[in-house]
Design a protein around this ligand. Structure first.
Ligand SMILES: O=P(O)(O)OC[C@H]1O[C@](O)(CO)[C@@H](O)[C@@H]1O
Length: 544
């Protein structure tokens, strides 16, 4: 039986028929709405009262979750069952933030021990770099880190380093941390000229250690170091390259010294890996204590997800309300709107987390689905987006669900009143925008009809995620919340969120185009568009 033929799906469809006619401006007349539709855990409060739901919606959604056996799937996730069926392995990012004294057997082996051993190795590396003991080829301490990675080996640490840049806890010497991801070498080309080769350490992060984007950047970096230093590869590899991967053999054959290798495991998905050694740049930026606080925040959300009743469970509710919007209210666009410049990279991170996990149209056994899955997700720092795409949110033709993310407290510890008032201004904008999106504007003013171009139709649903304060702990909780939300949705949609076969064909196709682009093979087998574009490229290159 598919989920759409279940009675709980049918009930929700009937219920949606009624809810389609109610406008948020009417729903929000109910004074008790915030009380009944907002939920908290630790430093995070989530307000669902601006969603187009009522108590019945939640009740029916929880029934749907039970129909899909969500509690059973949550248990299987945490137990390490091989729920990533297309790759026959578990998805155990939760083990990365588990308490040290617990144990979890996978294949007869306690993986919590491995996780702790690796954390200790990571800590030693962090200490050596922070204390200035890690020295470059000329004997000078390292002062600059360049993380080379892409996708899950880039987006998480990149986002976290920005989000937590003010949260240094026993973080030793201040290090400059750069991120390089783009295959075309753009970032490297920008920074190499300003880097000191003697004091720069490259971290090559790649779960597979076969990703061409990362390897080509790493190759360019090593060549630059070789040319600039004049020293041999053994010294360069030992003093200037750390590798992080689930494929130690590939790290070794690339030249990463054994002592400079940090490992993680195939049971950690790339986009779920910032809690592993992939998070090394985070620890270097904010200190190992801060990194551990981030893990604790995520662990706290894990425990909540594991034990809270479904109807009070934050990731469950966030996921189910997303399903409600997509499948019952027909909303297929989702904007992520942090009202905090430190969270500038959160939208890009969530784009991968959500769309690479749930952007699928077959179920766990490969059959086509007859319902919609992951919406198109994008975002931007909210106040900046107000001056860009909010026009569409307020007056366009698309229904869009929005997540507003903001902290109640900021700049408390500074005596800079001006910055504090900027925070108040930001909060005012955040609350104003979600209010207008929900309620819209009056159609009459002073007994006169408001012209169409000045009207706001409202009824755009949003969720506000309010952190007490942005700290490593609350940030860890927030990201784990989204991870579990994605899992909840995958369970309802009956898809495997832990593989990403849809990215593979592009890699092989690009490889097959390399030779024709270099005039080393014929391009006749390609379609007329590819053929025509290639010809034009050749003509332009011949002119230069
Ligand atoms: O860490 P790796 O193996 O270099 O992969 C980078 C990214 O590439 C992908 O495999 C997609 O191509 C992502 O899932 C992953 O996060």
């Amino acid at each position: 039986m598919t989920i759409t033929s279940s009675s709980s799906w049918q009930t929700l469809q009937d219920h949606a028929q009624q809810m389609q006619h109610s406008h948020l401006k009417e729903l929000l007349l109910d004074e008790s709405r915030f009380k009944t539709l907002s939920f908290a855990h630790g430093p995070l409060l989530i307000d669902f009262s601006k969603q187009r739901i009522d108590q019945h919606t939640l009740k029916h959604l929880v029934e749907l979750a039970k129909t899909a056996d969500l509690p059973g799937w949550i248990t299987r996730l945490f137990n390490g069952d091989p729920i990533n069926t297309s790759e026959a392995r578990p998805a155990l990012h939760t083990a990365l933030r588990e308490q040290a004294q617990t144990s979890l057997e996978v294949g007869g082996h306690n993986i919590i021990q491995d996780v702790q051993t690796n954390l200790s190795r990571m800590e030693k590396i962090v200490e050596r770099i922070h204390s200035g003991q890690w020295r470059g080829y000329a004997g000078e301490p390292i002062d600059t880190i360049v993380n080379i990675g892409v996708g899950g080996s880039d987006l998480g640490p990149y986002m976290a380093c920005s989000a937590l840049r003010g949260a240094r806890v026993n973080a030793g010497r201040h290090l400059k941390v750069h991120f390089v991801s783009s295959m075309d070498g753009s970032e490297l080309a920008d920074i190499l000229g300003s880097l000191n080769p003697a004091t720069t350490l490259f971290i090559v992060s790649s779960k597979s250690f076969t990703t061409i984007d990362t390897l080509s950047n790493a190759h360019t970096a090593r060549k630059w170091l070789r040319d600039a230093s004049g020293v041999n590869d053994t010294i360069i590899n030992r003093c200037h390259f750390i590798g992080i991967s689930a494929n130690p053999a590939k790290m070794s054959s690339w030249g990463i010294a054994d002592d400079n290798q940090l490992e993680f495991w195939d049971w950690i998905g790339g986009r779920y890996s910032m809690w592993s050694a992939i998070g090394l740049p985070i620890a270097l930026r904010i200190g190992m204590d801060g990194f551990r606080e981030m893990l604790q925040g995520a662990h706290s959300m894990d425990q909540h997800f594991l034990s809270a009743p479904l109807n009070e469970n934050l990731p469950v509710l966030l996921g189910l309300i997303g399903v409600w919007n997509v499948n019952f209210l027909d909303i297929h666009a989702h904007a992520i709107l942090p009202y905090d410049g430190r969270l500038i990279h959160l939208p890009a991170y969530l784009e991968q987390l959500e769309m690479e996990s749930n952007g699928k149209s077959v179920n766990r056994v490969g059959e086509s689905l007859d319902y919609r899955t992951c919406p198109v997700l994008w975002g931007e720092v909210g106040p900046n987006a107000q001056h860009a795409f909010y026009q569409l949110l307020h007056q366009g033709t698309e229904s869009v669900m929005c997540d507003f993310i903001v902290s109640a407290r900021r700049y408390e510890k500074t005596d800079n009143e001006s910055l504090r008032s900027q925070h108040t201004l930001t909060l005012a904008n955040c609350l104003a925008q979600s209010r207008i999106l929900a309620i819209g504007s009056a159609v009459q003013q002073n007994d006169q009809p408001v012209p169409g171009h000045k009207q706001y139709h409202g009824n755009q649903p949003s969720t506000t995620l309010l952190l007490d304060e942005l700290t490593p702990f609350s940030f860890g909780s927030l990201i784990a919340l989204y991870e579990h939300k994605v899992f909840v949705q995958s369970v309802i949609w009956d898809i495997n969120p832990f593989d990403q076969w849809g990215v593979e064909l592009g890699k092989t196709m690009a490889t097959s185009l390399l030779k024709p682009l270099q005039h080393q093979a014929s391009d006749s087998e390609f379609d007329p568009s590819t053929h025509g574009l290639m010809r034009h490229i050749h003509q332009q290159q011949e002119r230069s």
